[in-house]
Design a protein around this ligand. Structure first.
Ligand code: ZN
Length: 500
């Protein structure tokens, strides 16, 4: 490593710090900011994101990048240089004014989305969405692409992913899912899902959420849990300050309970990144698909396992005696593993969840291509819901207004959720081979073996390996839908009494 490398990393750390300030502003807007604060907050967010962008694309960064050197056996410095070059090249193509305009429009649109969702008025959100689509199309044109603009946007979240490849993957997954779903729906055995929609007082749900985060080793000394409309996880500087949010529904137990486990999974990844590499690529997550694999693993493969509830159910039953007093462990386990096509993505079961993602992928890809106009989104949404899931939402609040992403200009992000499910199943399959007593340990509330395995194989490496390389390195195979299909087929065949 030479002097230019160290100077470059100083710049990159400052860029990362400015980005963390932006995250903090976002977190505050979602949690505690009074609603009157939207306009000045949009200005603050635009200013900070502009400063961060300028710091990254400055001539000085380019100069240092061409002078910086990393030793042949120094994989940390090599990772930092490779990824800094990638970020610099991408960002340099996007004008700062456009970055600021998107940040400003996003802060305003988020507010408009929340109101439109509350009032079920898509028309109030439509002008904001039109503006966002237009701004992101401009980004795609600046960044450049081989075949279609959506690829340029997806690359920000899942480097190297291409629409055509995602389309093929989702088609194969969709076909297998639909066939298995038909078998499930034909089964006379049905879990009693209504158990979960009884009354669950928030006063008890709050300590339950905390308990779920705690038992999975969320570090409260370097993190906190707050409440938002749309749950998320954010980090203000590597592992040292990681915040998650959740939402409580008194007539739906899974929302906060599994929502918290999901966000805890994201948080464990952030808290497992090495603090000494904070604000540099060596201390950052690989991609959003890999990030989502962590949240989905803890939420579904651990949190919806029979072993997990063997330990926790008795205590949870005592927390909600009126609703769970007469419900057996088996009935509870089957209820939390009910497969049923529904309207809301974040509440979807493990099997049909990916179909919600296919829907969003197809619609946003078409919006960015210009094949669907914003005004036609509700109709397109409902048609796709009928086609893929066989149900149609009664209103736009439970349809195309349910997710926050488009208001923030996040197009190309949704595919990473389904990728996350596939990565999660493949990683977990390998972890359960490497840790032969994995489920016995989970049943004893001992999550250290799995967490240690994830720290060792995934977290500590930061961005050393790209997603495709990482999955092959860890599991010995490229990403495939097979481990996911094996997991859901085995589990739901048991729940629904089918021969697998
Ligand atoms: Zn997530």
């Amino acid at each position: 490593m030479n002097d230019a490398y160290h100077k470059l990393m100083d710049r990159i750390r400052d860029h990362g710090r400015l980005h963390a300030v932006e995250q903090l502003l976002d977190w505050d807007q979602e949690t505690y900011m009074p609603s009157g604060g939207v306009k000045p907050r949009a200005e603050l967010t635009a200013l900070i994101s502009g400063l961060a962008h300028e710091r990254l694309v400055a001539e000085e960064t380019g100069k240092l990048l061409s002078d910086a050197q990393a030793g042949d056996d120094d994989h940390i410095a090599q990772t930092n240089l490779r990824e800094t070059r990638r970020a610099f090249e991408r960002a340099s193509r996007i004008p700062t004014a456009l970055v600021k305009e998107i940040a400003h429009a996003g802060a305003m649109a988020k507010d408009a989305w929340a109101k439109a969702r509350q009032d079920d008025k898509f028309q109030d959100f439509a002008p904001h969405l039109e503006k966002m689509v237009d701004l992101k199309k401009q980004v795609a044109e600046h960044v450049g692409y081989d075949t279609e603009p959506y690829d340029a946007l997806m690359d920000e979240f899942e480097p190297g992913a291409k629409s055509a490849g995602i389309d093929t993957l989702f088609a194969a997954l969709g076909e297998r899912t639909a066939a298995f779903l038909r078998q499930i729906q034909a089964s006379p055995t049905k879990p009693d899902f209504s158990i979960l929609t009884r009354h669950y007082p928030r006063a008890q749900q709050e300590p339950l959420s905390r308990r779920m985060a705690e038992c999975l080793h969320f570090d409260f000394g370097s993190g906190r849990i707050d409440v938002t409309v749309h749950p998320f996880c954010t980090s203000m500087g590597g592992a040292s300050d990681v915040r998650i949010t959740t939402r409580y529904m008194e007539d739906f137990l899974p929302a906060a309970m599994f929502g918290t486990m999901h966000e805890t999974g994201h948080a464990l990844y952030e808290q497992g990144l090495l603090a000494e590499h904070a604000f540099t690529p060596a201390g950052e997550a690989v991609s959003l698909g890999i990030h989502e694999s962590q949240s989905r693993m803890w939420e579904n493969l651990v949190g919806r396992s029979r072993a997990f509830w063997e330990y926790h159910y008795g205590d949870v039953q005592k927390m909600f005696p009126d609703s769970l007093g007469n419900v057996s462990l088996d009935e509870f386990y089957r209820a939390i593993n009910t497969v049923s096509p529904s309207f809301i993505r974040v509440e979807a079961d493990e099997l049909t969840y990916n179909l919600h993602i296919t829907l969003r992928f197809q619609i946003e890809r078409a919006m960015i291509k210009g094949d669907i106009k914003v005004a036609d989104v509700p109709e397109a949404w409902n048609a796709k819901m009928r086609e893929l899931l066989g149900v149609v939402p009664p209103n736009n609040t439970e349809g195309c207004l349910q997710d926050i992403h488009w208001s923030m200009g996040i197009f190309g992000y949704f595919p990473t959720y389904a990728l996350g499910n596939l990565y999660a199943a493949q990683f977990f399959d390998k972890a359960s081979t490497d840790i032969p007593d994995l489920f016995e340990r989970i049943a004893k509330n001992d999550h250290q073996p799995l967490l240690g395995w994830l720290r060792q194989n995934i977290h500590q490496h930061g961005q050393r390996f790209r997603a495709g390389e990482l999955i092959e390195r860890v599991t010995g195979k490229p990403l495939s839908i097979e481990p996911f299909m094996k997991h859901v087929t085995e589990k739901f065949s048991r729940v629904y009494g089918l021969k697998s």
